[in-house]
Design a binder for this molecule. Structure first.
Ligand code: NAP
Length: 281
């Protein structure tokens, strides 16, 4: 019980350009499948207050169930979901958003993202999200997988700057240039696949830093994101990992250690390329 309170209290929050606060740490649920509701409940019991889902993950219903089963007050949770590629392509933002709320059984979400930059539809979709925001249906609006050129193209017409850009980011894909560009525009960076989809645990640099701090590689990598001011949403459905990953707010990395991890960059993606993607869901 004490441990629960401690984790929730120690997760830092970042102020978005909307003026709202967002926890810098939360649970990702892509491919959590039938374990979703339990994972969400375990996470909340252990101090998590932010959950990242999407229509495309097919588990909004289970995320809503997990939040309700945890018994926590909805107001304490920061919930993100996303407009899917097919819905964006078809210009169905309003219907898609309403259906997400129905599946979640919620009357608002804290953050709604354009999931991928469907180039021909970015302007109309963004204007739709701006309308939802003004109507108070969504607390914050943002984008995902946007490159510098996508963001530059939005500047002439957007009246609201995205609060967040959620991008693939881990030690083998550092994204320093994109991160700096977003910071200049007042957009907070959020890392998806922050653990490189479990492909980075044998990296010697990470193992040596982890050993030095008596931490796991996962904890060191998540802490590295936090040192950069980046929001993280590691996915796990396993209780012990859900707890392990969250225990990163009682140690820090030196600038030298951060630099060593930055130097691991290989521009290596484990997910799709935002300039060349195809999704049916
Ligand atoms: P990730 O969080 O980097 O890695 C998840 C993998 O690492 C899973 O196989 C998990 O397995 C394992 N894992 C987690 N913690 C571990 C630990 N402490 N030790 C060992 N293994 C561990 O990758 P991700 O799921 O791709 O990304 C995280 C979240 O980002 C997603 O769930 C989703 O919410 C979001 N995302 C967004 C986009 C987008 O386009 N916006 C794309 C992809 C993902 P177990 O579950 O078995 O523990």
């Amino acid at each position: 019980m004490i441990e629960k309170k401690k984790t929730a209290d120690t997760i830092p929050q970042v102020k978005l350009n909307s003026g709202n606060l967002m926890p810098m740490y939360g649970l990702g649920v892509s491919q959590a499948d039938e374990a979703t509701a339990d994972a969400v409940m375990i996470a909340i019991e252990n101090g998590y207050r932010m959950i990242d889902t999407a229509k495309a993950y097919g588990n909004e219903k289970e995320v809503g169930e997990g939040i309700r089963r945890s018994g926590i007050n909805r107001k304490e949770i920061f919930l993100t979901t996303k407009l899917s590629v097919p819905d964006m392509t078809a210009g169905r933002a309003r219907e898609a958003f309403e259906q997400s709320l129905e599946r979640l059984k919620m009357d608002y979400v804290n953050l709604y993202l354009l999931h991928w930059p469907v180039v021909e539809q970015i302007e109309s979709s963004w204007k739709q999200l701006e309308d939802f925001y003004r109507q108070g249906l969504i607390r914050n609006i943002g984008v995902s997988n946007f490159q510098i050129h996508h963001l530059k193209d939005m500047v002439p017409y957007m009246t609201i700057t995205p609060a967040v850009n959620q991008i693939e980011c881990h030690p083998l894909l550092v994204q320093a240039e994109l991160r700096d560009f977003c910071e200049e525009l007042g957009i907070i960076n959020e890392a998806w696949s922050p653990l490189g989809r479990a492909n980075i645990f044998d990296e010697p640099v990470l193992k040596s830093i982890a050993q030095h701090h008596d931490r796991t590689v996962a904890q060191v990598v998540l802490r590295w994101h936090i040192e950069h001011g980046t929001i993280v949403i590691p996915k796990s459905t396993k209780r012990e990992r859900i707890i392990e990953n969250s225990q990163i707010f009682d140690f820090s990395l030196t600038q030298e250690e951060v630099n060593k991890i930055d130097a691991m960059d290989k521009h290596q993606r484990f997910g799709s390329d935002p300039d060349n993607f195809h999704f049916d869901v």
